[in-house]
Design a protein around this ligand. Structure first.
Ligand code: ZN
Length: 313
C-alpha cells in the first residue's frame, strides 16, 4: 500500500514540477529576453555569448571617438548593428567560416573593432563613466534599427575621413554596389592627420614594390599612368610598368588612403595622402560634422548610403 502511495506521489512530482521548471527556464528568466550574440575573442581564441546591445556599445566605443556628437554616435550604432546582422546572415548561410563557432569576431581587420571594459577604462580614464553613458544612450535610442536596401541588410562600410567626396565601391574594389556610391562630404579635415605623407628613397620604393608585384621593369619609370576616381582616389596605376590597383599601392606603403599625390625630390619619392580609410560608405568625421550642423542620424546614414531605408529588425 505504501509503495502505491510513493509511486503516486512520484508521478505527481514529475508531472507538476518538471513543466514548472521548464516554464521558469524559458519564460521567467529575464536574461532570456535579451538577444545574445556569439562573439569570437580573436586575441584569446575563445567564443563568448554577449547581449546584443552590450556588443554594439563595445563596438561603437572602439570605432568612434566618444566625444563625437550624439547623432553621429547613433549613426555609428546603426551601422555597427547592420554589420552584425550581415555577419549573422553570412554565418547562418555558411559563407562565413573563418570563426565557425561565432558570426563575429573582435579583430577590426576581419569584422569590427571591439573594446572590453578594462581596456576602455584604461584609455578613457576619468571620463569612462560619462563616455559609456553617452555611447549607451546612442545604442539604446536606436535599438533594433538596421540599414536596408530593397529590404536587404546592407554592407554598412565606413571609414574615418574622405577628401571632398567618398569613393564608389566599384572604383576601390572593382565591383559596383548600388548603395555605396560617391557622395560629397564636408568637415573631414577635422580628422587627426588628415594630411599625411610617406617618403622613401627610390631604391626603397623599388624594393617594396618588388616584394608584392611581379614583372617590374624600372626602365618604364617608378610610377605613372595614374587613373583617378571622381573623388580623387587612385583607382589604378603603373608601378615599374606593371598596372596595379590603388589599394595595392596603399597596402605596400601603409598609406592612410588611396588619395595620393606623388612628389619626387632628387632620389626620394614622397607620397602625400589625404584622408584615412578606404573612403567607401559613411565618413565618420563627415558624420560628426553633419551632426554638429543639426542633422539627425537617419539623415546622416541616408546621405552616405544611397537609396537606403532604416528598419527595425
Ligand atoms: Zn571576424
Amino acid at each position: 500500500m505504501k509503495k502505491v502511495v510513493f509511486v503516486f506521489l512520484a508521478i505527481i512530482f514529475i508531472t507538476l514540477l518538471i513543466p514548472l521548471a521548464v516554464v521558469y527556464l524559458l519564460g521567467a528568466n529575464p536574461a532570456s529576453d535579451a538577444r545574445g550574440v556569439k562573439l569570437y575573442l580573436a586575441d584569446e581564441g575563445r567564443t563568448i555569448e554577449i547581449d546584443e546591445d552590450d556588443y554594439i556599445k563595445c563596438v561603437v566605443a572602439a570605432e568612434m571617438p566618444a566625444d563625437f556628437e550624439p547623432e553621429a554616435l547613433k549613426a555609428q550604432s546603426v551601422a555597427a548593428r547592420t554589420f552584425l546582422l550581415s555577419r549573422v546572415k553570412a554565418w547562418e548561410d555558411g559563407t562565413q567560416t573563418d570563426h565557425p563557432d561565432a558570426p563575429v569576431c573582435t579583430d577590426s581587420t576581419h569584422c569590427q573593432a571591439y573594446i572590453p571594459e578594462d581596456k576602455r577604462r584604461e584609455s578613457w580614464g576619468g571620463s569612462s563613466d560619462a563616455n559609456w553613458d553617452k555611447i549607451s544612450s546612442a545604442v539604446e535610442a536606436t535599438r533594433g534599427e538596421v540599414i536596408t536596401y530593397n529590404g536587404e541588410i546592407i554592407s554598412a562600410l565606413f571609414h574615418s575621413a574622405s577628401a571632398s567626396a567618398t569613393e564608389n565601391a566599384a572604383d576601390v574594389w572593382g565591383s559596383d554596389i548600388p548603395y555605396l556610391k560617391s557622395v560629397p562630404t564636408r568637415g573631414d579635415e577635422a580628422a587627426p592627420s588628415f594630411y599625411s605623407s610617406v617618403t622613401v628613397s627610390a631604391d626603397e620604393f623599388k624594393r617594396a614594390v618588388e616584394d608584392r608585384v611581379a614583372g617590374t621593369d624600372w626602365t618604364k619609370g617608378l610610377y605613372g599612368n595614374i587613373a583617378r576616381s571622381a573623388a580623387g582616389g587612385i583607382i589604378s596605376l603603373d608601378l615599374g610598368g606593371v598596372n596595379v590597383r590603388g589599394t595595392l599601392l596603399r597596402s605596400i606603403f601603409s598609406l592612410r588612403s588611396t588619395n595620393v599625390e606623388f612628389e619626387e625630390h632628387s632620389s626620394d619619392v614622397t607620397m602625400n595622402v589625404k584622408g584615412y580609410g578606404h573612403g567607401v560608405g559613411m565618413s565618420q568625421y563627415g558624420a560628426n560634422y553633419l551632426a554638429s550642423q543639426g542633422e539627425t542620424y537617419d539623415a546622416i546614414l541616408k546621405k552616405y548610403y544611397t537609396g537606403v531605408e532604416i528598419e527595425h529588425r
